[in-house]
Design a binder for this molecule. Structure first.
Ligand code: FAD
Length: 288
């Protein structure tokens, strides 16, 4: 299939992009790497009449440290995330996750902003952003808004982003040095979306878990923040019984569909397995 006809816009700055978006309402969509939007257009599941290419807007690119936060511009590609020394030092889970997205060709074009704004439950970065306590900075005709990643996802392809808004950056509080992290993803083959995946960020003090965040990918219509599961490991030395209880609590909030990646029962079970593996790996990596 080929996409329907559309008008291509390439604004040089954000205000121009916002003006085009406002002028065309529902008929317009931002275009970042195009690796989710263009396939949807080819399948005729999306038919925007105006595509607003964000690639010419220099302000939307780059990775920098600002106070205690890491700020990543929306059009920073997944390949750039992998190459960043700052992220490798401060937020290694981002590199670990980006390396599990699709394949190198897609990662050279696909952006962080597109991955988190898309609203596809199969995208890997949203759960990681929720685990990290990230905030999305969006700009629209009414000004700037900051939306916690944990409040952003409303349903498959439904997010808190308004039609006239563009995601400009993701702000992530840098976790303490020596924190533990892991993104464990089960997939059928290289380049596949997750059958189930889990992200864990934790800190350890005196051999016990001092803080923990657990999130899940592709086992419901949105990424899942498993708050109860995380509570069950805090204060423990991550013994087998605590891990089992946390994995069960994570499984309990899933609602996967039966699809080509497996039955709902299998995918729910795998959400528990990924949670247990991510917890063990994060704990082993943590210092404290
Ligand atoms: P686009 O496709 O350009 O846009 C996606 C959506 O987000 C569109 O609705 C667009 O309007 C909107 N959008 C984009 N940027 C902004 C912005 N700044 N502000 C507001 N709205 C915006 N992803 C994974 O996470 N894991 C995988 O395993 C994986 N496997 C893949 C395998 C294949 C074969 C392919 C083709 C893609 C795969 N992807 C996977 C998706 C890939 O990571 C995409 O690049 C990503 O989901 C979207 O990023 P993009 O920059 O390409 O966005």
């Amino acid at each position: 299939m080929i996409p329907g006809p559309f008008t291509y816009h390439r604004p040089a700055n954000l205000s121009e992009a916002l003006a085009v978006l406002k002028a065309h309402g529902d008929e317009a969509r931002p275009l970042a790497g195009g690796h989710s939007l263009i396939p949807m257009m080819k399948l005729r599941m999306a038919a925007p009449e105006h595509l607003i290419d964000l690639a010419g807007i220099a302000d939307l690119k780059g990775i920098r440290e600002e106070g205690g936060e890491i700020v990543i511009g929306a059009t920073t590609t997944q390949a750039e995330l992998i190459k960043s020394d700052l992220l490798a030092a401060k937020l290694p889970i981002i590199r670990e996750t980006a390396l599990q997205i699709a394949d190198p060709q897609i990662r050279y074009k696909g952006t962080l902003g597109g991955n988190v704004a898309n609203g596809d439950p199969g995208n890997d970065m949203p759960a990681v952003m929720q685990a990290l306590g990230a905030t999305y900075v969006v700009q629209g005709s009414g000004g700037e808004r900051r939306i916690p990643a944990r409040d952003f996802y409303e349903g498959a392809y439904f997010t808190a982003l308004q039609q006239d808004e563009i995601l400009i950056a993701v702000r992530i509080p840098a976790p303490p040095a020596g924190h533990g992290y892991a993104y464990e993803k089960l997939k059928r083959k290289i380049g596949d979306y997750a059958t189930a995946a889990a992200a864990v960020i934790l800190t350890v003090s005196g051999g016990k878990v001092a803080s923990a965040a657990i999130t899940l990918t592709n086992v419901a219509s949105t990424p899942l923040f498993a708050a109860d599961a995380a509570k069950l490991v805090i204060g423990t030395a991550l013994d087998a019984a605590s891990v089992k209880r946390a994995a069960e609590a994570a499984k309990a909030i899933t609602d996967p569909a039966t699809d080509g990646r497996g039955t709902a029962e299998y995918r729910r079970e795998m959400a528990g397995v990924m949670t247990a593996r991510a917890l063990a790996k994060a704990f082993a990596r943590a210092k404290g």
